[in-house]
Design a protein. Structure first.
Length: 263
């Protein structure tokens, strides 16, 4: 597993979990946005520079990989921040290892289980990626991954997003899609979340709209909701200042809940 390990200080470690079909570089605007905290940013199994394992990669496998990374780094607990698929991995991590979670950031994601139609579509998309590669898919979804205005006004951001998608290994992306097609429903778990939680979503997200974020917000006790204006599915890249402000508030809440001084 390839990862970046930046920052230092007495604050709780922050583990940033990317979405599909991206890699750890999607978190560049956040790597220096948590002073006083160790920030760990991995490439997930099958993505970026981490080993590709074809077949099916369930969310539980990703979660165990992250637990193993924290073990390797000597970190017992961490704040977990996941976007889209990364948010579902974070929920699975919480299901498996709740004692290791100091705080949650659920960005542009949803908790409900897969539908029969969704399962069919994910498996068909996996078949297509293996057959055709990433290019056609990446160009088709770019205007949905980020807000259309981002493509026009922030071409460097749109180019970064497109580049990550084009570079994703088709075998790894397909394995993750097949795993997500079998994901469980986390809805019943949400009221038991007992750590500071931030739910954040881009106002113009078409994949996981604001209603999905409100669903999480209503069910997680004490959760905060941040709707980022002018952003689509990737508000951390499209509007990093707003995303980082919300993240800083969550980290402060984690420090307060742990009785540690605010950094």
């Amino acid at each position: 597993m390839t990862y970046d390990d930046t920052g230092a200080g007495g604050g709780t470690a922050l583990l940033l979990v990317h979405g599909h079909p991206f890699d750890r570089t999607m978190w560049r605007p956040q790597q220096d946005a948590a002073p006083g905290h160790r920030v760990v940013t991995p490439d997930l199994r099958g993505y970026g520079a981490t080993q590709v394992v074809p077949g099916v990669t369930p969310l539980s496998t990703f979660a165990h990989d992250l637990a193993g990374l924290l073990d390797h780094l000597g970190e017992r607990r961490a704040v977990l921040c996941g976007l889209s698929m990364g948010g579902q991995i974070v929920l699975e991590f919480h299901r498996l290892f709740p004692e290791r979670v100091a705080g949650l950031v659920l960005a542009d994601t949803f908790a409900q289980g897969e539908t029969d139609q969704g399962r069919k579509e994910r498996n068909e998309r996996a078949d297509r990626l293996l057959r055709e590669g990433m290019s056609g898919y990446a160009h088709e979804v770019l205007d949905s991954m980020v807000a259309p205005a981002t493509v026009v006004n922030l071409p460097d951001v749109a180019g970064h997003v497109l580049g990550m998608m084009l570079a994703a290994p088709p075998e790894g992306a397909a394995a993750a899609l097949r795993g997500r097609a079998e994901r469980p429903d986390y809805t019943a778990m949400l009221p038991a979340v007992a750590v500071p939680t931030l739910v954040v979503v881009g106002r113009d997200d078409v994949f996981t709209p604001v209603a999905d974020a409100e669903f999480l917000h209503r069910r997680i006790p004490g959760a905060r909701l941040a709707v980022v204006e002018g952003a689509g599915h990737l508000p951390n890249l499209e509007r990093p200042a707003a995303f980082n402000d919300a993240l800083a508030g969550l980290l402060a809440a984690v420090a307060q809940s742990a009785g540690t001084p605010r950094m």
